[in-house]
Design a protein around this ligand. Structure first.
Ligand SMILES: [Zn+2]
Length: 92
């Protein structure tokens, strides 16, 4: 009896969802079906508001500062072709 080889996987394409981070990533847009490099924009997310509340408690006049700091913001990834939102990188 010959030991058979383990069956080949063939042309199985594993689709890995893109990891959205702080930097633009290459993804296939679900809206226009183009492979694009996402456009990133910083938006105030939960992290910015939580930091805002913390600062508000300890240092009232500066409560708005976290809303102005990009490192506290979520990163919104949009398609440069059609403008569809492709994903969000959340810090919280
Ligand atoms: Zn698109």
């Amino acid at each position: 009896m010959q030991q058979g080889y383990s069956p080949q996987q063939g042309n199985v394409t594993v689709v890995v969802p893109p990891e959205f981070g702080e930097k633009p990533v290459q993804v296939t847009c679900g809206n226009c079906r183009q492979t694009v490099i996402t456009t990133t924009t910083a938006e105030n997310g939960a992290c910015a508001y939580i930091a805002c509340i913390i600062v508000l408690i300890f240092c009232c006049p500066c409560f708005f500062i976290p809303l102005c700091i990009d490192s506290c913001k979520d990163i919104q990834h949009t398609c440069p072709g059609c403008g569809a939102r492709l994903g969000t990188y959340k810090r919280v």
